[in-house]
Design a binder for this molecule. Structure first.
Ligand SMILES: [Zn+2]
Ligand SMILES: [Zn+2]
Length: 234
């Protein structure tokens, strides 16, 4: 009997042929829990085309980009803006993330193993690179929530970056403070060369884009072919 990793209730469900044959991952989260999370419609014109933030048509009538993305575009004119995410960062997602990340329920790393398989197809030639935590944060939490999810989904990844000491949590800062935080990442020189390679930076949540752009700017001097970003929610 399988138990749902989120609600911990036994879940009874017949396996599909592809799952029996090992061609598809067996969901570890029950249908009821799964229905709590809202997928972002990929090509919805009510979303910013740079980061998928939900914005009213009026806001993007001119540029199709949200205010945050316009700031980034001005700062990184050569960067192709195409952040993608699976879910809306709503109350349900926040509750899940709290249980996973802050209460340390590591079983939850398995919640989205089925969805994460989509990354294999969508980012075929990419090296997956999770956004790192600082050493202190890893000690305190015991795991990197992104790396654990990729491991659970069987997706190979490389930890190309290191993060220096965490400062004030992003959530406790104003938008202005967040956009002005100093670079917290360093590229790990001893890693495989990424020159000419495609890199996908992966985080759990995307808010202003600050974290992703700090991480991306650490990779640019290594001359990757392309850097793109992905988060579970935004
Ligand atoms: Zn459940
Ligand atoms: Zn945007």
């Amino acid at each position: 009997m399988m138990k749902c990793v989120y609600c911990k209730k036994p879940s009874i469900r017949n396996l599909q042929l592809s799952e029996l044959l090992g061609l598809a991952k067996i969901p570890r989260c029950c249908a009821a829990c799964h229905s709590l999370f809202q997928r972002i419609q990929q090509e919805d014109n009510r979303h910013c085309q740079g980061c998928q933030k939900g914005v009213s048509n009026l806001d993007i009538a001119q540029s199709r980009y949200c205010q945050d993305c316009l700031t980034w575009i001005a700062r990184y004119p050569n960067y192709a803006f195409c952040h993608r995410a699976f879910f809306h960062y709503d109350k349900a997602f926040q509750a899940w993330l709290k249980q996973y990340k802050f209460m340390g329920d590591i079983q939850l790393a398995q919640t989205f193993i089925v969805e994460l398989q989509e990354l294999r197809k969508r980012y075929k030639s990419f090296i997956f690179c999770p956004i790192p935590l600082s050493e202190e944060r890893i000690k305190e939490r015991g795991f990197n929530q992104v790396s654990e999810m990729l491991k659970a989904a069987g997706l190979p990844f490389q930890e190309l970056l290191l993060r220096e000491k965490h400062q004030t949590p992003q959530a406790k800062k104003t938008r202005e403070q967040r956009l002005a935080t100093p670079q917290p990442f360093v590229y790990q020189e001893d890693k495989n060369k990424i020159e000419g390679k495609n890199i996908l930076l992966i985080d759990d949540v995307y808010t202003t884009g600050q974290t992703m752009f700090h991480a991306a700017s650490c990779l640019f001097p290594q001359s990757p072919n392309k850097v793109q970003t992905f988060s579970l929610a935004r």
